[in-house]
Design a protein around this ligand. Structure first.
Ligand code: HEM
Length: 122
């Protein structure tokens, strides 16, 4: 199969990944305060963004426009502490899926790179 989106199981995979990720965020004193009380929207946006990024439908852009992730993260102070906390929860969420090694590495490397580019302080 061609896209990672299809290989890992499509939308259901990303919805479940995002649920696991936010289950970690909820208990995190460093980054929980950055998110709104109601995590419904952040969950939906992240799942749609990731689905689109990895080769799924372009619903994210239809609903939200161009991702402009650096701009959308500008209101939050993201330093090494925030980046490390975010990545810890995401890495755990990815590993829990027990994907074939190649796909797991691809996801982990992407998140590592993306989180690095979204830091905006220190
Ligand atoms: C580096 C640490 C990161 C922190 C602390 C962080 C934090 C946040 C926060 C607070 C929001 C706003 C949620 C809301 O109010 O709706 C957000 C939105 C979002 N983040 Fe992150 N984020 C990080 C990294 C990432 C990475 C690496 C990605 C992608 C791979 C990502 C993708 C998104 C997306 C797609 C949204 C929704 C944008 C929209 O409004 O359409 N974030 N993030």
């Amino acid at each position: 199969m061609d896209s990672l989106y299809e290989r890992v199981g499509g939308e259901a995979f990303f919805t479940a990944l995002v649920e696991r990720f936010y289950a970690g965020v909820v208990g995190d004193p460093v980054i929980r305060p950055l998110y709104p009380d109601d995590l419904g929207e952040p969950k939906a946006h992240l799942a749609l963004f990731l689905s689109q990024y990895w080769g799924g439908p372009h619903t994210y852009s239809e609903e939200r426009g161009h991702p402009r992730l650096r701009m959308r993260h500008a209101p939050f102070v993201i330093g090494t502490l925030e980046r490390d906390a975010w990545l810890r929860h995401m890495n755990k969420a990815v590993k829990a899926a027990d994907l074939p090694a190649d796909d797991e590495v691809e996801l982990l490397s992407y998140f590592d790179m993306a989180a690095q580019t979204l830091m905006n302080t220190g």
